[in-house]
Design a protein around this ligand. Structure first.
Ligand code: GLY
Length: 365
């Protein structure tokens, strides 16, 4: 049996590491079980902090996302202070261009900050947009973070804070009566007082919760050195089925397909073609930019597209899974609300909307 900790987090992705850092800073002794072989969704994402551009309807989910977006600046600053690294957090705003023959659907909440830009205004706002763009919604409070830099920062913060990182995969969560008593893993048997399941799209392999993978293919290009500017795109472009996320260092991330193909790996010509066609339509200059990389990841989806967070049927197992399209955005609020729950027994009323029991079974096995 390996060394015992207060808390064992199953999953070293963005949610698992964010929780580990928060709990450790609140005084808990924490171990994280992480499987290198599973490409973390945190590396695959684009890093948009986009509750408005994603058009999340007024709901507890929107409240959760807005709370997390509001926490972001202070959260990344704390991580940057611990590590001396940069996360690439950028209040770039997000522009949702509307092309000819697309509906100009109004945002769903009038009390948030947004603006309709007509054809002239949108082309002035971002130079170089495609001629088919006839207007756009501007969301100045949506933002972005360099998710790979953030993930690295969380990994380094975990090291700095002496969080025990255990390399291996969970094979089975062993339960007795109403408690988890240990986790069988490729690194041996692990025991703790409390367990958190944060295994993203792989969570369903360990517990009967409805989380399944939705694959997203992505690619990146870079602004050519001879173009005279580091980054001509000064905002995220969030189109229909396509988004373009500029980084301040000259990279441009293009995403993402949305495919229900289980854990089928790899990039496909069809996936790349649809992304490239969509991106070039919105920002034609991209067709001349050198391609840097293709990749894919697996979003942890749930039937109602909401995360599963909070208590489970086992009194010492907490759930933090199913963040679907919003894992990067929801990391700070997930860490805060679940640390409040675990360390202070304080259950934020928002958590009720994300309890596993909404799927109709109080005895998930
Ligand atoms: N958050 C964007 C995506 O999942 O593609």
């Amino acid at each position: 049996m390996n060394s015992s900790k207060d808390i064992l987090i199953i999953g070293g992705g963005i949610i698992g590491l964010s929780l580990a850092v928060e709990l450790k800073l609140r005084g808990a002794s924490v171990a994280v079980l992480t499987a290198d072989s599973k490409q973390p969704t945190a590396r695959a994402a684009a890093g948009m902090l986009a509750p408005q551009a994603e058009r999340i309807p007024p709901s507890p989910m929107l409240d959760l996302c807005l709370q997390s977006r509001a926490l972001y600046a202070a959260w990344v600053e704390r991580l940057e202070d611990i590590t001396g690294l940069k996360t690439g957090y950028w209040r770039s705003g997000i522009l949702a261009p509307v092309c000819q023959n697309e509906p100009q659907e109004k945002p769903l909440l009038s009390n948030l900050n947004y603006q309709w830009l007509d054809r002239d205004a949108v082309h002035q706002h971002q130079f170089g947009l495609g001629q088919e763009v006839m207007g756009g919604w501007w969301y100045p409070d949506d933002a972005q973070v360099d998710n790979r830099a953030l993930f690295r920062t969380l990994q380094v913060a975990s090291k700095e804070l002496k969080i025990d990182i255990i390399q291996g995969s969970a094979e089975e969560i062993i339960r007795q009566e109403n408690r988890v008593c240990r986790v069988e893993t490729t690194a041996g048997k692990l025991q703790a007082d409390r367990y958190i399941l944060a295994a993203g799209a792989w969570s369903e392999k360990l517990l009967n919760i409805p989380v399944y993978p939705i694959k997203g293919q992505m690619l990146s290009v870079c602004v050519p050195e001879n173009s005279g500017v580091m980054q001509p795109l000064q905002t995220v472009l969030f189109g229909t089925g396509i988004y373009i996320v500029p980084r301040q260092d000259g990279r441009i991330i293009i995403g993402a397909t949305s495919e229900n193909v289980d854990f089928t790996p790899g990039n496909t010509p069809a996936g790349m073609q649809s992304l490239l066609a969509g991106a070039i339509k919105l920002y034609p200059e991209l067709q001349n930019y050198p391609i840097l990389e293709f990749w894919w990841g697996f979003r942890p989806a749930t039937p109602d597209e909401l995360p599963i967070m909070g208590a489970s049927a086992w009194e010492n197992l907490t759930l933090a899974a199913g963040h679907y399209r919003n894992g990067i955005l929801l990391a700070p609020v997930t860490a805060k609300l679940l640390a409040d729950l675990i360390c202070n027994q304080k259950s934020d009323p928002l958590l009720a909307a994300f309890n596993y029991s909404r799927f109709g079974s109080s005895e998930l096995t």
